[in-house]
Design a protein. Structure first.
Length: 192
């Protein structure tokens, strides 16, 4: 098993070991930090994810965004461009289906797709991160491909994670895209 695979397994186990009450508190704290974030306050189009496999919950933040009339978008596995994501509008009444990974996503409707360059913020899930902004995802490279050219756009990515997901050093590959900012319930890291 590679160092990356071992780290993924270890950190998934760690975040899944958090109790339900710890998850609720973490969700509340992250929502508060995001509500107070200047870039979020100014954003109109925000990509977010639905919690899966012990990830930091975004449900409180999603509710707040809807109350603030912000447009939300969820990642959808691209149907014919393998390894890529589309972002579809997400409303309280959006019809959802499970994708090939068992994760809920909106039913594909091309009229609901938001081009990545029009997103103000992309909230990125992750498995592990370190003090340089390096992130380790689930292993499919979906967010690395999505974020490959973020610096040439007005789109700004923010990683969201539990505090227990921080490690000394993420073993990086040439295709890995570091994040400029990662927010946890207890900390706020800005890298560049």
């Amino acid at each position: 098993m590679s160092a990356r695979s071992q780290l993924r397994k270890q950190l998934k186990t760690r975040r899944n070991a958090l109790s339900a009450s710890e998850q609720v508190v973490a969700s509340s704290k992250i929502a508060q930090k995001l509500r107070e974030h200047k870039k979020i306050q100014q954003a109109n189009h925000i990509a977010v994810y639905l919690t899966n496999d012990g990830e930091l919950s975004t449900s409180s933040f999603i509710s707040w965004c809807w109350q603030q009339q912000k447009k939300l978008y969820l990642p959808v596995v691209h149907p014919f461009s393998e390894g890529n994501l589309l972002f579809l509008e997400y409303l309280p009444n959006t019809i959802m289906v499970k994708n090939t990974f068992g994760i809920l996503e909106p039913v594909l409707d091309v009229t609901k797709v938001c081009p990545i360059a029009k997103l103000d913020i992309i909230c990125s899930p992750l498995v592990a991160f370190d003090g340089t902004g390096a992130r380790l995802g689930m292993g499919g490279g979906f967010y690395d491909r999505t974020l490959a050219h973020w610096q040439n756009t007005t789109t700004y990515p923010i990683g969201l994670a539990h505090d227990c997901q921080k490690v000394d050093k993420v073993p990086v590959e040439h295709w890995d895209i570091p994040l400029p900012e990662i927010i946890t319930p207890q900390n706020h890291y800005q890298f560049f």
